[in-house]
Design a protein around this ligand. Sequence first.
Ligand SMILES: [Fe+2]
Length: 445
Amino acid sequence: MTENLYLSGNFAPVEGERSDTALRVSGKIPRELEGMLLRIGPNPVAPDPARYHWFTGNGMVHGVRLRGGRAEWYRRRYVRDDEVVAAMGWPPVPGPRRENELGGGNANTNVIRHAGKLYAIVEAGNLPVELDADLETVGRSDFGGTLPGGFSAHPKRDPVSGELWAAVYSPFADSIQMVVVGTNGRVRRHVDVPVPGRPMVHDCAITERYFVLLDLPVVFVPEALEAGGMPYQWKPEYGARVGLLPREGQAADVVWCEVEPCYVFHPMNAYDTPDGRVVLDVVRHPRMFATDMHGPNEGAPTLERWTVDPKQRRVKEQRLDERGQEFPRHDERLVGRPYRYGYTAGFAEGVALGGLIKHDLRDGKIELHHEGPARHFMEPVFVPASADADEDDGYVMAFNYDASSDRSDVVILHAQDFTAEPVATIHLPTRVPYGFHGNWVPDAS
Ligand SMILES: [Fe+2]
């Protein structure tokens, strides 16, 4: 058989947990960066090369702690699920369980802090897993018994209210569930929105008026699950649409607007226009899981602007950048509000990650940060220089992988000097496998 892409190169898992101090640093770490840069991805303990898919590997969280201009430590820890604790001989993970759980409590896709707690989170039905400040697993959480089903890997935090808004789905439900988690860490409300099938709903967006749903043609195929393969597949006949649910509305209030069939894992951001439309910026894949179940090679994902007109029920689709790119981020003090700058990870060639891309969406200007063909950047995380700094006045932080040394660094750029040498590079003594997402968790939150 051919080699499994997701078990080779920097997709391959690293061996065991580790903790390192006295990290080597080039340049100067800004003293205002006090906290942890966290990142999570799959690190399978016992993958079957014939079946393993990147999306299903056991979670591992990687963290770098910054304080007083120093990099105090790098740590990596498994997010403990049934398979991990069985393989390692560790005690079972405490906490509630879901009936329709996949993968024995696996949580591998994002890591966030909310209401004072750290969580590893994932989509498709599994519960969040709480972590402590040293990244050790505490237990599964259903937000104090208030979560009606599973959760999502991509909740959006409203910068004014502090609430989390998430689109939750499961292979066992013909609906997409909007879940709102209050600043007290408990679910305030949820709405089940019926849809014609069982789509994969990786992410969502919010504006000041709307919760934005994506109902796209990657849908659950039960036979594929039974065969042990990727259970979601490309079905363009399902159609593709964006739904606008008024934030405090009900399922019947959703206005659906069709788009060309495609797949979107990640919106960059969304906002309302004064004339009642919604601007939704997305990374658009021309298709997904159509022919290639063991590689992301289904055509280059590009940055697009969708302008959704709920009165006409029409979407104007406009390409902003032809380059292959993913993992869009922006200044999250502007979630759901008009914004100007976004940051993505570029694909150097085909599916390989490359440099970072900065978008000035107002003036249509694009800047690239490259450090040569061997250095592959993962998701860029924006951190403002201070609470009241202007948009884009701050740092873009990213883990990378250097293929020439088979190690990773954390690179800190000043966002307003994007193409320059990094402000600081923290050299890690190990590689960090290509994974999914992460966040900056400041001490003061
Ligand atoms: Fe994602």
